[in-house]
Ligand binder design. Structure first.
Ligand SMILES: [Zn+2]
Length: 354
C-alpha cells in the first residue's frame, strides 16, 4: 500500500505541473477526491489490511489526503490570482476606437408610449408635470376625498414606509392637489385653464401574474375651467386614443365609483381586435376597460384651493387616470405584464420609436 501511495504522489505531481487553469485543476481534484477517485479506492483497500496494521495505514492515508488538499488549495489560490490579473489586462486592452458590433440601445415600451402621449397632450395645450414617488397620506388620499379609515382605501393595497405618514404613491391622482395649487392662481387671475398631465410610477402590493404587477405606470390628466363638462372629457379621450392607435376609436362611459370624482365613470374602448363583435381578448363583450375618469369632486377642488361656489369663479373640471402600462400592452400586443419589469433585453429591444 505504501508503494501505491508513492505512485499516486508521483502521478499527482506530474499532472499538477501541467495544470494551467482552475477548470483543469478541478478535474484533477475530482480524479482524486470524488466517490470513484483514487482516495476512495485507497480507503476500500484499507478494509483488506490486517487489523493490527489498520491504524498505521489509516494515518498514512489521512496524511496523504491532507497533503493533497493543502496543495490543491495553494494551486487554486495562485491560479485564481493569475486569471484575475489576466482579466484586468484584457480589459485594459479594450480599444474604444473599434467599430461597434452592437446595433445600439432601444427605449423601453413604457417610455415610448409616455413620450407619445406627452406630445399628443402638449399639442392640445396641456402642461406635462412630474411628481414624487414617495408622497404623504394627505396627498395620496385625504386631498382626494378619501378620509382616514374610509373603505375606499381598501381598493389600493398601499406600501407604507417606516417614516410616519409616508408611502409609495398608489396612483398618479396623488399629484392632483399639487397641480391645482401650482396653477390655481393663474386660473383665477389670468383666466388660464388648468390643463395638465402627469405620468408616473405607481406601487401597490399585488400578487404578480400575467395581468398584475406591483409596479406600474399611469398618466393622470386634469382640466379645470369654467363650464367644463363630460363632453369635454369624452372629446379629449377620443382624440388622444385615435392618435395613439392611429385609427378612429369608439369609446363608452359606464358609471364607476371613485371618491375623487362625481359623477365617476369607467371609460371603455371598442375592442381593437374584433371591432366590437366579441373575441377572447375582450371576453366576448366587444369592449375593453381602459381608464377611470369623471368630473372632479367639489371637495377635491376645494382642497386644491379652487373656488367652486363664489361668483364669477365657478369652476368645474374633469380628471382621468390612464393606465400607461395597459395602454402599452394594447398598443404593442404584449400579453404578459411582467415583460415590462423583467429587464429581458430580447423582449424589450423589439419596440422602436416611430
Ligand atoms: Zn374583441
Amino acid at each position: 500500500m505504501k508503494t501505491k501511495i508513492q505512485e499516486l504522489k508521483q502521478k499527482f505531481n506530474i499532472e499538477l505541473a501541467d495544470v494551467r487553469d482552475t477548470k483543469t485543476l478541478e478535474e484533477l481534484r475530482l480524479s482524486f477526491f470524488s466517490k470513484k477517485g483514487y482516495i476512495s479506492a485507497l480507503m476500500k483497500e484499507l478494509g483488506k489490511v490486517p487489523a493490527e496494521q489498520k491504524k498505521e495505514f489509516g494515518q498514512i492515508i489521512n496524511g496523504f489526503k491532507q497533503e493533497l488538499s493543502d496543495r490543491f488549495d495553494e494551486a487554486r489560490r495562485e491560479l485564481v490570482e493569475r486569471e484575475e490579473e489576466l482579466a484586468v489586462n484584457c480589459a485594459e486592452a479594450y480599444d474604444e476606437s473599434m467599430p461597434t458590433v452592437n446595433p445600439g440601445g432601444s427605449y423601453h415600451p413604457i417610455t415610448l408610449i409616455q413620450r407619445e402621449l406627452e406630445d399628443i397632450f402638449r399639442s392640445m395645450g396641456f402642461d406635462v408635470e412630474d411628481y414624487n414617488e414617495i408622497v404623504d397620506d394627505y396627498h395620496c388620499f385625504e386631498a382626494l376625498n378619501i378620509p382616514k379609515f374610509h373603505p375606499a382605501r381598501d381598493m389600493q393595497d398601499t406600501y407604507y414606509l417606516d417614516t410616519p405618514n409616508q408611502l409609495l404613491k398608489s396612483h398618479t391622482s396623488a399629484a392632483q392637489n399639487h397641480i391645482m395649487m401650482k396653477y390655481g392662481r393663474a386660473l383665477k387671475e389670468q383666466n388660464r385653464p388648468i390643463r395638465a398631465v402627469f405620468p408616473g410610477r405607481c406601487f401597490r402590493n399585488e400578487a404578480i401574474d400575467a395581468c398584475h404587477e406591483n409596479t406600474f405606470f399611469q398618466m393622470e390628466g386634469i382640466m379645470i375651467d369654467k363650464d367644463i363638462s363630460i363632453s369635454n372629457l369624452i372629446y379629449f379621450m377620443k382624440t388622444m386614443l385615435s392618435e395613439v392607435f392611429e385609427r378612429d376609436i369608439t369609446v363608452r362611459l359606464r358609471p364607476g365609483f371613485f371618491p375623487f370624482v362625481e359623477p365617476g365613470f369607467e371609460l371603455d374602448i371598442q375592442c381593437l381586435i374584433c371591432g366590437g363583435d366579441g373575441c377572447p381578448s375582450c371576453k366576448n363583450s366587444g369592449w375593453l376597460e381602459l381608464c377611470p375618469c369623471g368630473m372632479i369632486h367639489p371637495n377635491v377642488l376645494k382642497y386644491g384651493g379652487i373656488n367652486t361656489e363664489e361668483e364669477p369663479y365657478q369652476y368645474t373640471g374633469f380628471a382621468f387616470g390612464l393606465g400607461l402600462t395597459r395602454l402599452a400592452m394594447m398598443k404593442y400586443g404584449i400579453k404578459d405584464i411582467r415583460v415590462f419589469n423583467e429587464a429581458d433585453l430580447n423582449a424589450l429591444s423589439q419596440f422602436v420609436s416611430k
